[in-house]
Design a protein around this ligand. Structure first.
Ligand code: ADP
Ligand code: RBF
Ligand code: MG
Length: 166
């Protein structure tokens, strides 16, 4: 990216952030991103319908909470699925935590999308995509240290662990 047209697009995206979303974790299209090394918790169609159009086709970072558990950082991909003739969008959250046990299907996921990282793009190889995601996580961790964003981690949108912890 570069140039003023891109800057205008990014300003339009940031105007819609932070974005709050929640819903059950559903099965994806079975592409098995565990092979990528980055499992992504998928939201159902109804949650995707609540997205502003400006956010589609981008990679973001923010915060995520499963059920009433701790709040972790996350990276998210919001894009079109070519297998569904570009009519199905996917909203996939990779939570920056190693879950044990790792099956989160059916559990309630809350996310706050804090900021835009980069546009969704095509990569020449699986390794190039993996490298890009690893770099997204590095950038997310850097941004998380900024005070303007850290307030989101303790946003009342995330349920308190004090009364109803799991
Ligand atoms: P699907 O195509 O069904 O989304 P994935 O291969 O993307 O399958 O794996 C996503 C699933 O892995 C999630 O729905 C969740 O149950 C589990 N999971 C385990 N750890 C994580 C994590 N750190 N972030 C996201 N999902 C995770
Ligand atoms: N897929 C792409 O085709 N292009 C991308 O630029 C891209 N970036 C991603 C960034 C992150 C942080 C994550 C979690 C996923 C990204 N993906 C991208 C989606 C990835 O291809 C998808 O999770 C798998 O195909 C499994 O559904
Ligand atoms: Mg997934």
């Amino acid at each position: 990216m570069g140039g003023s047209e891109d800057e205008i697009l990014v300003a339009g995206i940031r105007n819609k952030l932070p974005h709050y979303a929640e819903g059950p974790i559903v099965k994806g299209f079975g592409r098995g991103s565990t092979e990528l090394g980055f499992p992504t918790a998928n939201f159902p169609e109804e949650v995707i319908d609540g997205l502003p159009d400006e956010l589609i086709g981008g990679i973001y970072w923010g915060y995520a909470q499963v059920q009433n558990g701790p709040v972790y950082g996350m990276v998210m991909s919001i894009g079109w699925n070519p297998f569904y003739n570009n009519t199905k969008r996917a909203m996939e959250t990779h939570i920056l935590h190693k879950f044990e046990p790792s099956d989160l299907y059916g559990q309630h996921l809350r996310v706050i999308i804090a900021d835009f990282l980069r546009p969704e793009s095509n990569f020449p190889s699986l390794q190039a995509l993996k490298d890009a995601i690893a770099n997204d996580i590095l950038n997310a961790n850097k941004e998380m240290e900024k005070e303007q964003f850290s307030v989101l981690k303790s946003d009342p949108f995330f349920q308190s662990c004090a009364k109803n912890c799991r």
